[in-house]
Write a protein that binds this ligand. Structure first.
Ligand code: FCB
Length: 449
């Protein structure tokens, strides 16, 4: 018996696993172009082959069945559907996702479809990317096609994956495409991402899909100040506005956080301030939370070079053990986030749309991957989810990042997050010990009802 008040599943994204980037008439994405430029990705790795999932998806679906995965979150690549970003539909791109969705449903796996996991058609990047308002409209058109085509079979939809990352890593820190470092541009991009979400929300309402649920996946992180000194607490509040509420508030309350507005006024950025009215409150049926770590910050007076000029704060080193990403392992943070969101938005349905850890996994002489630390990480985080649920927080699912080791953006293939190990040269898959452990958790959950 499946107990599907609460799903246990796994997540991936298209570029990170598919490979075959130009197959069947697909256009190029901005990530493909960015990764091809030497120096942008660790080891100059590229997503060209990744996990070869585009060709091996049937066998991969069988692996999901073997693990007992109940929900699978994946993304569709916009350039496969609209090679130029808009205009003529590429039917073969749609067909691939139709086969994937059929394969999931046939195996009793609930699909959760992310429309944008950072793959902007390069043709649109060349026209200004997300800074161009037209791109928001093209996104809504692409979303509309996907909803019309798959809305009868896919119940859970996500517009954007981590729009903060597109904004900050792509346009402020310059480590993701398009590689810009400009706060004003980043603020405009953030607004247009939110505006595009609003447009898709509107379209979703018009279509009135009887079972459909629309959400967004935000990377959230509890922020703690270095001490109880006022300057540290103020720094923590500013960072919370920047990292969490920049996207949370518009989506849930229809406003930007006061700290962001102050920052825009201070820097003469008017674009988001002038357009706040076009964002409505409550534009999700559920909120997706991607959780990995917490952030510790303290006030910074600008007298040395340890801090951040824009936010006037300094990041503090982790206090606890870290993963291969250098991210501090802080399971209680997941409970803190869930209860906070629930307090502020009573009974909003929540999904953990990503949670997981990178470790330096190795295949041992007996052919197994014994990733005990990942099991520990998952166990501890799942316990926090359970605690929140027992207290009445409406968490409807937990999706481990990731089903497979895959192309970890600017870190290339160096970081392994999977429940399933991928040996890239041979494309052999090995279910890690954590994968078998996870299967057991799913089995037990359903046994206990
Ligand atoms: C998230 C991304 C996901 C993956 C994990 C480790 O920010 O959404 O694609 O890279 O981090």
């Amino acid at each position: 018996m499946h107990n599907r008040d609460f799903y246990l599943g796994a997540a991936t994204s298209a570029l990170q696993i598919e490979g075959s980037l130009s197959a069947d008439g697909s256009g190029k994405s901005s990530w493909e172009v960015f990764a091809a430029k030497p120096g942008n990705v660790f080891n100059n790795d590229t997503p060209t082959f990744a996990c070869d999932h585009y060709r091996r998806y049937e066998a991969d679906l069988d692996l999901m069945s073997e693990l007992g995965i109940e929900m699978y979150r994946f993304s569709t690549a916009w350039p496969r559907i609209f090679p130029q970003g808009y205009g003529a539909i590429n039917q073969k791109g749609l067909d691939f996702y139709a086969r994937l969705i059929e394969g999931l449903l046939k195996r009793g796996i609930e699909p959760m479809l992310t429309l944008y996991h950072w793959e902007l058609p390069q043709a649109l990047q060349e026209r200004g990317g997300w800074a161009n308002r037209d791109v928001a409209k093209y996104f809504a058109d692409y979303a509309g096609i996907m909803l019309e085509r798959f809305g009868d079979r896919v119940k859970y939809w996500i517009t954007h994956n981590e729009p903060w990352v597109t904004t900050v890593l792509g346009h402020l820190e310059g480590v993701h495409p398009p590689g810009s470092k400009d706060f004003s541009l980043a603020s405009q991009v953030a607004h247009n991402l939110l505006y595009s979400h609003q447009l898709v929300w509107n379209r979703f309402q018009e279509l009135s899909l009887p079972q459909g649920q629309l959400g967004i996946a935000l990377n959230l992180s509890p922020i703690q100040g270095g001490s109880n000194q006022p300057e540290d607490l103020a720094a923590a509040a500013r960072y919370d506005a920047f990292l969490n509420r920049w996207f949370l508030d518009p989506i849930l309350k229809g406003t930007y956080p006061e700290e962001m507005c102050a920052l825009w006024r201070e820097h003469g950025v008017s674009y988001p301030l002038e357009r706040m009215e076009e964002l409505q409150a409550g534009t999700v049926d559920f909120l997706g939370i991607n959780y990995y770590t917490r952030n510790l910050v303290k006030g910074w007076d600008g007298k040395d070079d340890s801090g951040d000029d824009l936010l006037r704060l300094a990041q503090m080193p982790p206090e606890l053990a870290v993963t291969e990403m250098g991210w501090e392992i802080y399971p209680a943070g997941l409970y803190e986030l869930l209860t906070r969101i629930n307090q502020e938005n009573k009974d909003l349905p929540l999904f953990i749309t990503e949670n997981g850890a990178a470790f330096a996994d190795q295949v041992e002489a007996d052919g197994q991957v014994k990733d005990e630390r990942r099991i520990e990480y998952l166990r501890e985080h799942l316990a926090q989810v359970r605690k929140a649920r027992e207290e009445g927080v409406k968490v409807q699912g937990y999706l481990a990042w990731s089903l497979f080791d895959n192309f970890e953006w600017a870190f290339g293939y160096d970081k392994r997050f999977g429940l399933i190990y991928v040996d890239y040269p041979t494309q052999k898959r090995i279910i890690k010990k954590s994968g078998y452990w996870y299967r057991e958790q799913i089995r037990r959950k359903n046994e206990n009802g």
